[in-house]
Design a protein around this ligand. Structure first.
Ligand code: ADP
Ligand code: MG
Length: 271
């Protein structure tokens, strides 16, 4: 889409509460190897859903399936469906660019464009939407505020993003994700590369965002899962079996009164 055909977005206010994401019977393969088996999880708007479980049990694969990034891997196949507010994410009614706009992703390693300015990083994703904000400066400020970064960078918006600390870069990536007005934000171990102070800042940001954006977070940090999430799903891949959800429910229940002994062992650090 060229600049001429861009629509000016006059709705500069944050959107309403995020979308509900519903994974139904999701199985996944890499080549012949099955890595996920029949995963059913509803990720509600207004909530943070934490995905926990040992390495290799398919959490990142599941997260990528939710916004069709799974398709980028050669030989990756899929069964089941993912619904965003009832619409099939893999169906023809939703364009791929719309799926990626509505379901954003934040990765373990902060990945801003280092040579680009802080402000330009925030708006870097807007090309994808074909819309341009009525007031770009206001959008930059709003997104940086929502990502709890504004106070730290307001005096140097034209400085390169590469000069920020790791924790600041991660919040900048969150701000960039927010600029396209997503319904859902997927976060794959967003604090694993951060120090404890930065981790706290990101956790606070997640707590504030969840009223507007549905959040799904993969974390290996059991305290973090309990601090930030309202619902939790425990993934496990036993021996050569694909990853499955062993148990899910309200986070407090999964941690305080797990029904499955394997959940109890995992959340109490016994494997
Ligand atoms: P987790 O995030 O829980 O650590 P992953 O989703 O990364 O787990 O991986 C699940 C399984 O799928 C692992 O056995 C991993 O080796 C395999 N896998 C992940 N990505 C690929 C890929 N691109 N090609 C082949 N196998 C993969
Ligand atoms: Mg992973």
């Amino acid at each position: 889409m060229t600049a001429d055909t861009q629509v000016t977005d006059t709705t500069d206010a944050p959107g309403p509460a995020g979308g509900t994401l519903d994974a139904v019977g999701v199985s996944a393969w890499f080549g012949q190897r099955k890595v996920l088996e029949q995963v059913d999880i509803v990720m509600n708007s207004g909530e943070v859903t934490a995905l926990i479980g040992p390495s290799g049990c398919g959490k990142s694969t599941f997260l990528r399936i939710l916004n069709r990034m799974h398709e980028l891997v050669p030989a990756a196949t899929l069964a089941g469906s993912v619904l965003l507010d009832g619409e099939d994410v893999y169906g023809t009614a939703l364009a791929l660019t719309e799926v990626r706009r509505r379901i954003g992703m934040v990765f373990q390693k902060p990945n801003p464009f280092p040579a680009m300015s802080i402000a330009d990083n925030v708006t870097a994703g807007l090309k994808l939407t074909g819309r341009r904000p009525a007031d770009r400066e206001a959008l930059v400020e709003e997104c940086l505020r929502r990502a709890s970064l504004w106070d730290e960078v307001r005096g140097r918006l034209t400085a390169p993003a590469g000069g920020l600390s790791g924790g600041q870069q991660q919040r900048l990536c969150i701000a960039r994700s927010l600029a396209v007005r997503p319904d859902v934000l997927l976060m794959d171990e967003p604090c694993s590369a951060l120090d404890p102070t930065s981790t706290r800042r990101v956790e606070e940001t997640i707590g504030e965002l969840k009223e507007q954006v549905t959040i799904v977070i993969v974390t290996h940090n059991m305290q973090q899962a309990q601090r930030v999430s309202q619902r939790c799903a425990f993934f496990l891949a036993e021996e050569d079996s694909p990853g499955r959800v062993v148990e899910q429910g309200p986070t407090e229940q999964v941690f305080q009164h797990p029904e499955d002994p394997r959940t109890a062992d995992y959340v109490n650090g016994r494997f």
